[in-house]
Ligand binder design. Structure first.
Ligand SMILES: Nc1nc2c(c(=O)[nH]1)N[C@H]1C(S)=C(S)[C@@H](COP(=O)(O)OP(=O)(O)OC[C@H]3O[C@@H](n4cnc5c(=O)[nH]c(N)nc54)[C@H](O)[C@@H]3O)O[C@H]1N2
Ligand SMILES: Nc1nc2c(c(=O)[nH]1)N[C@H]1C(S)=C(S)[C@@H](COP(=O)(O)OP(=O)(O)OC[C@H]3O[C@@H](n4cnc5c(=O)[nH]c(N)nc54)[C@H](O)[C@@H]3O)O[C@H]1N2
Ligand SMILES: [Mo]
Length: 792
């Protein structure tokens, strides 16, 4: 196949160039080719890409968006291909690499360069005398872990992190081991992600999960997309939106940025669109709140719904509220309505940053919809008021009965491919007593009853000397988390840090006194146990559970599966008198039998996984069963807050104070940096950019193209800074800035979290800008040259 553009292998130059094409399309194919070349994926492994999300294939490790009954045609997704190519890379980080470089040497390499070393091949232990990681046998590695864990005076001195790629089987076995060991300290990536959803929704609709399935997208006439960038982070969702748009559904993007990828989409699944350079218009309407303005905006829309209903009553027209639903299914409506009536439009407009007419327009669109789906991502969940925001959105949907009805519902769009499943099977630092009771009964032990530590509290506990052992099942804890210097101090104060991982990352270099890197199989690889290929299961964002089989040859003969690692860690630490850990590692069906006994909804788990496409777990609120204390869906009243850290900082610094949001570029998977382009936003060959409004750039006395340093404003006297960002003039609301994560994590104070969820407020950081101390920006130059070297 010839690509329309032959610049595929041209070296990138750092530049800013507005993007004018539709999302996906030929551009996506070009980048796929680039990634396969960059990763030097062996020819035979291309077939892996075709097996992605197929009935007998593996679940794409890219994101948690569901598949259409595991569609029979190859569902093309640029970022899925990148994720798979990164795992199927032919590059290897062998012990020789660690002989060549000390840990101090490796620390000088960028995250992009660390990733480029490829797949880890052997278990490694830190040797302090040589400042190097050196090989260790698996048995010795597990002995070291057991020795540390047994030495602690209290099991709560250890914390067990999970990143959302872990399968249900690995996660369930892990939590069983950890609880038998004696703690509920389960910090996990969802603490930084959709925690506001998981904590907020149970109070309104009884379950912390979405209520829609893909079928609902076929019947929705209105879709409200809050704070989400699907063209980059859930590309397969665009295929779904394309169908909705073609059917005439109204699609509204509510986002401070007019994400270009949401404007038009050329579907690689549809050859005609590709060949004719055609495309489908996706979002017809863009509503642009200021960063953190969604709560006030949604409250304004809800207020308008009440006004429209009053008008309908006065003119004897059809009611705007779904009075039947409200009466039969909800409590608290009257106080909610009273609060809305009393709310001031001035406050709504000022705090949302959305003009009055636009709030009315959004309300009009909402009430015209007969079947409305609201989706949301990190734009709603990473603020101080994220829990109230998710709850008021749920309340808005309840006003017109848009929950538990065909074509309508709540759709939080999860990140990691199994982040939802991990929570379902017990990765939860605040487990319910019922769950603990069942777990204890089935496995005949007394689980710890006290709630454990989440991500932020784990870091604080390490700083306070209360957590001494860190074990990470995947992820990149040291840089995905906030307040980087403090997190590093915390990790370095540990007696032992252990990372179960596929590739080298920064967290392995920021280590405890003792440290282990345990290399594991990825989801694309064949997992043979006693000669039998094992599958693992995952739950997608819409509660579909299905099985996944890897098909590639493992990256090294010395890898163990995550499950084998967990089982052998447990065996070494606890012995196998109560649970035959090693037998579970030989046959994953045994783990699924355990899940079926402990977790609701998994009866006949092994059998039901044989259905092509898997099975739906069931979400009570989807069936209008409300697992709340009142057994009804609950309206919850929240005031607009005028006393947030942003308000307080602005009172001190006036309009110079900016609100910074941190997002993903198109060329990264969280902390994994694939490349330095963010093409839908027009950024090439660099990552240290800061998107700012033209008027703010002028007001602050800077010019676009200059470099600036960023410092955050917080109340603890600690200086937090991130230096040398290129100012890029961008269509972003006044007073708001955008930059990429994880480079900006040093700016997020550890104590700045969402009320009621503990999520770091990484989308609303109060900051000030100053002229850059070092105009040549060593950091940025270094990153660019490494990228060029990797492509050469
Ligand atoms: N290719 C790729 N895919 C991924 C990931 C990846 O890194 N790369 N990460 C995975 C993970 S773990 C997750 S959680 C998801 C994340 O997927 P998203 O939820 O899309 O995450 P972000 O890129 O952080 O950006 C969210 C969007 O929120 C907007 N936003 C920022 N502040 C506000 C606000 O105050 N209000 C509103 N309304 N919008 C706001 C930003 O402009 C941006 O468009 O993607 C998953 N999929
Ligand atoms: N400022 C800011 N901070 C954020 C966010 C933000 O928007 N802004 N987003 C937050 C969100 S939503 C999330 S989910 C977190 C992400 O936090 P994490 O989940 O901790 O981070 P990832 O970058 O996804 O982890 C990548 C690492 O996982 C390992 N890995 C990859 N595949 C596998 C596998 O199959 N098995 C195992 N064992 N390991 C594997 C590799 O070593 C890779 O380096 O970051 C959060 N941090
Ligand atoms: Mo996430």
């Amino acid at each position: 196949m010839r690509l329309p553009d032959d610049t595929v292998m041209k070296k990138p130059e750092a530049r800013i160039e507005p993007y004018t094409h539709p999302a996906a399309g030929w551009g996506a194919l070009k980048y796929v080719a680039l990634n396969l070349l960059k990763e030097k994926v062996a020819g035979g492994n291309y077939r892996t890409l075709l097996a992605q999300n197929q009935p007998n294939g593996f679940d794409c490790p890219g994101c948690a968006w569901p598949d259409r009954e595991h569609a029979s045609t190859f569902e093309f997704c640029e970022n899925g291909v990148k994720a798979v190519a990164a795992e199927a890379t032919s590059k290897r980080a062998t012990p020789a690499l660690f002989e060549q470089f000390t840990v101090a040497d490796l620390m000088t390499q960028s995250d992009f360069e660390l990733e480029q070393h490829g797949r880890l091949t052997d278990p490694l232990v830190y040797d302090a005398t040589r400042d190097r990681y050196v090989p260790i046998s698996w048995d010795d590695a597990f002995e070291l872990i057991a020795r540390h864990l047994k030495q602690l005076d209290d099991p709560d001195r250890a914390a067990f992190y999970t990143s959302g790629r872990a399968s249900n089987e690995a996660a369930f076995l892990y939590q069983l081991f950890v609880r038998m060991y004696g703690t509920n300290n389960f910090p996990d990536c969802s603490n930084m992600c959709h925690e506001a959803t998981s904590r907020g929704l149970p109070h309104t609709v009884g379950v912390g999960k979405g209520t829609v399935t893909l079928d609902d997208f076929e019947h929705a006439d209105t879709l409200l997309l809050f704070g989400q960038n699907p063209a980059t982070n859930h590309p397969r969702m665009l295929g779904e939106l394309r169908e909705c748009a073609k059917r005439g559904a109204t699609i509204v993007s509510i986002n401070p940025l007019k994400e270009r990828g949401l404007e038009r989409f050329a579907s690689p699944q549809h050859p005609v669109e590709m060949i004719t350079m055609g495309s489908t218009k996706i979002s017809s309407v863009f509503i642009r709140p200021k960063v953190g303005g969604d709560f006030a905006l949604i409250k304004g829309v809800a207020k308008r719904v009440i006004e429209l209903d009053d008008e309908a009553i006065a003119s004897n027209l059809e009611r705007v509220l779904d009075v039947g639903f409200i009466a039969e299914h909800t409590v608290g409506f009257d106080s909610f309505a009273d609060d809305l009536r009393a709310e001031s439009w001035d406050a709504i407009v000022a705090e949302s940053g959305v003009p009055f007419e636009e709030v009315l327009k959004l309300a009009d669109i909402y009430v015209k919809g007969r079947a409305v789906i609201s989706t949301w991502g990190m734009g709603l969940t990473q603020h101080k008021n994220s829990v109230p925001t998710v709850q008021i959105l749920s309340n808005l949907m309840m006003m017109r009965g848009n929950i538990g009805r065909r074509g309508a519902g709540l759709c939080p769009v999860r990140g990691h491919s199994n982040v939802q499943g991990d929570r379902t099977v017990g990765i939860e630092e605040q487990p319910t007593q019922e769950f603990l009771g069942r777990l204890g009964e089935v496995y005949d032990f007394e689980p710890p009853r006290e709630h454990g530590l989440d991500v932020v509290n784990t870091i604080q506990a390490m700083l306070d000397g209360k957590v001494k052992v860190f074990i990470g099942l995947g992820g990149n804890f040291s840089i995905a988390t906030p307040d980087t210097p403090r997190t590093w101090e915390a990790m370095r104060a540990c007696a032992l840090t252990v990372h179960i991982t596929t590739k080298l990352n920064r967290s392995h270099l920021v280590h405890g006194h003792d440290a282990l890197i345990l290399p594991t199989l990825g989801r694309t690889e064949i997992d043979l146990q006693k000669g039998v290929a094992q599958g693992v299961s995952v739950e997608d964002s819409m509660s579909m559970v299905h099985i996944s089989y890897g098909m590639n040859k493992p990256a090294s003969e010395n890898l163990l599966s995550e499950i084998a690692i967990v089982a052998r860690m447990a065996h070494a630490t606890l012995g196998s008198a109560k649970v035959d850990w090693l037998a579970h590692a030989d046959d994953y069906a045994l783990i699924r039998d355990g899940i079926a006994k402990v977790i609701e909804g998994f009866t006949d788990y092994n059998e039901r996984l044989k259905q092509p496409g898997g099975f739906h777990l069931g979400v009570a609120s989807r069936d209008r069963i409300w697992n709340t204390p009142s057994r009804k869906a609950q309206f919850i009243v929240h005031a607009i807050s005028f006393d947030t850290p942003i308000h307080r900082a602005r009172a001190l610094y006036g309009e110079r104070l900016m609100t910074l949001m941190t997002t993903r570029s198109h060329d990264q998977y969280n902390t994994t940096i694939y490349g330095l382009d963010d093409r839908y936003r027009g950024v090439y060959g660099q990552r240290r950019v800061l998107f700012a409004n033209r008027d703010d750039i002028a007001m602050l006395g800077f010019k676009a193209g200059e470099r600036v340093d960023i410092t955050s404003v917080w109340d603890d006297g600690i200086e937090r800074r991130a230096d040398s960002f290129l100012l890029v003039e961008y269509d972003i609301p006044r007073g708001c800035l955008g930059a990429y994560y994880p480079e900006t994590n040093p700016l997020v104070p550890l104590s700045s979290v969402a009320d009621g969820a503990g999520t770091p407020t990484s989308k609303s950081i109060p900051v000030l800008l100053t002229a850059c101390g070092d105009a040549t920006s060593q950091q940025a130059l270094q990153e660019t040259s490494q990228y060029e070297a990797a492509l050469a």
